[in-house]
Design a binder for this molecule. Structure first.
Ligand SMILES: Nc1ncnc2c1ncn2[C@@H]1O[C@H](COP(=O)(O)OP(=O)(O)OP(=O)(O)O)[C@@H](O)[C@H]1O
Ligand SMILES: [Mg+2]
Length: 141
């Protein structure tokens, strides 16, 4: 387990980018942390680190953003999903099977279902306006 403190959005993006460099195809990255913690910022870094050139935006209103490229990336927001079927219909497992790197914000909504999945687990806690503590479990960072 590794623990980091970031002091700006840019530092969190950078950490995401560094994590991406360690991720094999088909890796799953599960995020926990409250509203506005910085999960989307971290995912922007993952997209950059994987070599995706499209700017990463929050998938809050689209459930999943998919980035093509040499190392494809599927960025989910599970905030509005309810059950296992929602997850399947959204293509969650298909993206993993295809070898995309899959990241999921609000994985706490599926804590039971995803408990047994091999994953890198990233928890982001808000300390103050610009400070976050970021704990990464199960990864190579
Ligand atoms: N150290 C930091 N790391 C990341 N974001 C930071 C940091 N300090 C301040 N911020 C700000 O916090 C906000 C994080 O927003 P972001 O959308 O990434 O969070 P989120 O966890 O995805 O939120 P949501 O729960 O709505 O999905 C941004 O406005 C960003 O500028
Ligand atoms: Mg978000």
């Amino acid at each position: 387990m590794a623990c980091y403190t970031t002091h700006s959005r840019a530092e969190t993006v950078e950490l995401g980018s560094r994590l991406a460099e360690t991720l094999a195809p088909g890796s799953l990255v599960l995020f926990t942390g409250g509203l506005g913690a910085g999960k989307t910022a971290f995912c922007e870094g993952i997209a950059k680190g994987l070599g995706c050139t499209d700017p990463a935006s929050s998938p809050t209103f689209s459930i999943v953003n998919y980035y093509r490229g040499p190392r494809p990336f599927a960025h989910f927001d599970l905030y509005r999903l309810q059950n296992a079927e929602d997850l399947e219909v959204a293509g969650f497992y298909d993206y993993l099977d295809e070898g995309a790197v899959v990241a999921a914000e609000w994985s706490e909504n599926f804590a039971g279902l995803l408990a047994g999945e091999p994953a890198v687990r990233v928890d982001i806690r808000t300390v103050d306006e610009n400070t976050r503590t970021i704990t990464i479990e199960g990864g190579a960072l």
